[in-house]
Design a binder for this molecule. Structure first.
Ligand SMILES: [Zn+2]
Length: 464
């Protein structure tokens, strides 16, 4: 059960009575009916075309005043501001959704691509990740234009095609913007989805909404030990699997020390007045002086550990023998690292090679995404977003934080000043836990409506 009643933190739901909420819900429903699962060359492009058709058909004011472009299947909408000296605001989201996990189809109470709207919910894969945000962004801009506003600051909407796979779409959109010399004042992308219980952070009774100013990086490193195989009656010198396991164990033992990065220092500084649990409360009286102790404490708690550690997770083992009496030939283990800001893939590769320390175990980097830049809560858009969250979700403590997974936004660092990762929808924690990449993904109509209001207010404060 949820420890937080999110609706107890909803307010001002009567704002913008002229907004056409029913049509917004129908647009989200139609977007959810598009099966925009990215699958490389096997992608069903007709599903993306359907979503593009929806966008072009549903937002007449936006289509009149903005330019609509496709880069591959990624969408770029550019609305110029009336004051060309102002840098635009960017609102982004991704069009793609993860597939329904094979074998879980029967657990869905509604067809995952039905877009079913009932009294309370809008159902479907992508309802929380992240077509809700994509549609809410379109609705918010359309609403401003429909009521006759002409923003002083331009607005760019950018919707990548493959965030759940490899973010090539966002990379291409960012390259195009850079080529055109476009530079945004701030960018809003998805981040954490829900309200969090402050207890894990030493602030029991406190409800937190975080605006993430950085994100962790990602690196897959493969360790390979070669072997000849053969009869297991004489494993003299050890099997390849034994060599590999020892190497993996040394790597895990050598994992980098916990560290309180700049962005996490900001988290604890912002939260300090609400932290009552010891020893965190005393330590947070001077976060910088006690950074090492705070990092060590966080590293010992499951909920906080990813925020202070470059994590090391050996996940894939390949090549083991199929029979207990046969030694394996070549075996490998793929280790997934999640990098704290400031830690590079090259750095963890070096660390892995040193820790393994065995010339007969190959260590190679397979794939990496850099960690995000650490932006400041003083940066453009943060104060306005915090104000909007406070207006619609009173009593919630807004803190800067970091996304421990990945988002498209890291691709745009070269073309914007400040990146804010925050999902405007605030569903119940349990809905987020089941639905995102899980089963029965759905958003309450009340939550979706509130997310549109929040974006309208943010735009009023930043672009009008
Ligand atoms: Zn997402």
């Amino acid at each position: 059960m949820d420890t937080i009643d999110v609706y107890a933190h909803y307010a001002n739901e009567g704002d913008y009575p002229d907004l056409d909420y029913l049509s917004a819900e129908r647009h989200l429903s139609a977007a959810l009916r598009c099966r925009t699962v990215w699958a490389g060359e096997k992608t069903d492009l007709s599903q993306f075309a359907a979503l593009h058709g929806l966008i072009r058909g549903a937002y007449p004011n936006l289509m009149e005043h903005a330019t609509f472009e496709l880069v591959g299947q990624s969408v770029l909408l550019t609305l110029l501001g009336t004051d060309s000296s102002l840098e635009p605001a960017m609102l982004i989201a991704h069009q793609d959704v993860v597939p329904v996990v094979a074998g879980t189809e029967g657990q869905w109470e509604r067809d995952p691509f039905s877009g079913k709207i009932d009294d309370e919910w809008i159902w479907g894969r992508g309802a929380l990740d992240i077509k809700d945000m994509l549609v809410a962004e379109l609705e918010a801009v359309e609403h401003l234009l429909a009521r006759g506003e002409r923003p002083r600051r331009g607005v760019i909407l950018a919707f990548g095609e493959d965030e759940e796979v490899d973010s090539r779409g966002a990379t291409a959109l960012a390259a195009l913007l850079a080529e055109r010399g476009v530079h945004a004042a701030f960018l809003l992308d998805e981040g954490t989805t829900t309200m969090a219980d402050g207890a894990a952070w030493g602030a029991p009774g406190c409800v937190i909404s975080d605006v993430c100013l950085s994100q962790k990086g990602y690196a897959n490193v493969r360790l390979t030990a070669r072997g000849q195989g053969g009869h297991s009656s004489n494993p003299f010198g050890g099997t390849s699997l034994e060599r590999l396991c020892r190497a993996v164990a040394r790597l895990c033992d050598a994992k980098p020390a916990p560290q309180l990065t700049d962005v996490m220092r900001q988290t604890f500084k912002a939260l300090a007045p609400a932290i009552t649990a010891e020893p965190l409360s005393s330590l947070c009286a001077d976060v910088d002086a006690n950074a090492g102790a705070i990092a060590s404490l966080c590293a010992s708690r499951r909920e906080l550990f990813p925020f202070v550690c470059t994590t090391v997770a050996p996940n894939v083992l390949e090549g083991s023998s199929a029979a207990a009496n046969v030694m394996p030939a070549d075996v490998s283990c793929t280790v997934n690292f999640r990098l704290l800001p400031g830690v590079t893939a090259e750095g963890v590769l070096r660390l892995a090679r040193e820790a393994v320390g065995d010339p007969e175990v190959e260590v190679e980097l397979l794939h990496a995404t850099p960690a995000g830049r650490q932006d400041s809560p003083e940066g453009m858009g943060y104060a306005e977003l915090r104000e909007a969250i406070g207006h619609f979700h009173p009593g919630v403590v807004v803190v800067p934080s970091m996304v421990c997974g990945g988002t498209d936004s890291v691709r745009y660092e070269g073309v914007c000043r400040s990146i804010l990762r925050f999902c405007p929808a605030r569903p119940a924690p349990s809905e987020e836990a089941w639905g995102v990449h899980g089963v029965n993904e759905r958003i309450s109509r009340r939550t979706f409506r509130q997310s549109i209001r929040l974006l309208v207010r943010l735009l009023e404060k930043t672009v009008l």
